[in-house]
Ligand binder design. Structure first.
Ligand SMILES: [Zn+2]
Length: 242
């Protein structure tokens, strides 16, 4: 167990917290720059199981920031190549590859198997689908995004009857908002966000308090953070009362 010695030495984690981490399951949606960082830290930290969901293959343009892949992975499935790298990092973690585009039902089922859902995908339709699956299964959703020199992070749930969800923050009309694929992004910015998502997940697993319903905005140009409250929408399509 000396791998986890620095966690065991933390009063906030200790033996009990580490044991809880080792019994926890995380569903990671998107194995790009954000997901690579999240998955790496959760693996090193000894999470029980990772469900690795990404239907995409590795492209040469990914290599500038997606730290789990190298040139020999180009053209191969990210879920498969990420699992291979992560298995070498820590053989104690159960790694489940999900290299598919999941239906709403399949996604809700995967979310219900997890203690947290970590969404670092690159498009709005998937973000809404992931949110709805987290709300349906009352699973904590940790959502992150990065573009140019900016990043954002928010934690939602698990009691969506009282707290906002991702749809309370963004509407489907916002779908035209930019994503990473057509834009530039500074290499470590998705890593900053993905790493913070791993921090929040480890807090959830080990029973530490986590602040939900707040949007944290990171501006790498000024090295500044801003935090905004997310208002719960009464008529939200996903978490509102019908
Ligand atoms: Zn909502």
């Amino acid at each position: 167990m000396s791998r986890y010695a620095r966690h065991l030495a933390l009063t906030q984690i200790g033996d009990e917290g580490q044991a809880r981490i080792g019994r926890s399951t995380a569903l990671i949606i998107g194995l790009g720059g954000i997901g690579c960082a999240t998955a790496s830290y959760l693996t090193c930290a000894g999470v029980g199981q990772l469900l690795l969901c990404d239907f995409d293959t590795v492209d040469e343009t990914n290599l500038g920031r997606q730290t789990l892949y190298g040139p020999s992975d180009i053209g191969q499935l990210k879920a498969v190549r990420a699992a291979s790298r992560l298995a070498a990092m820590n053989p104690d973690v159960r790694l489940t590859e999900i290299p598919d585009r999941l239906s709403d039902d399949a996604l809700a089922e995967a979310a219900s198997m997890a203690d947290v859902v970590l969404d670092g995908c690159d498009n709005f339709p998937t973000r809404f689908q992931v949110n709805d699956a987290a709300v349906r299964s009352s699973t904590v959703l940790i959502s992150g995004a990065a573009i140019r020199l900016e990043g954002q992070l928010a934690v939602f749930g698990p009691d969506y009857s009282k707290t906002p969800c991702y749809r309370c923050l963004y509407q489907e009309a916002d779908e035209s908002l930019e994503n990473c694929s057509g834009n530039g992004v500074l290499s470590p910015v998705p890593g900053v966000i993905g790493t913070l998502m791993a921090v929040e997940a480890l807090k959830v697993f080990s029973g530490l308090p986590v602040e939900t319903g707040k949007l944290s905005l990171y501006d790498a140009t000024s090295t500044e953070w801003q935090k905004l409250a997310i208002r719960k929408k009464k008529k939200c399509k996903s978490c509102g009362r019908s």
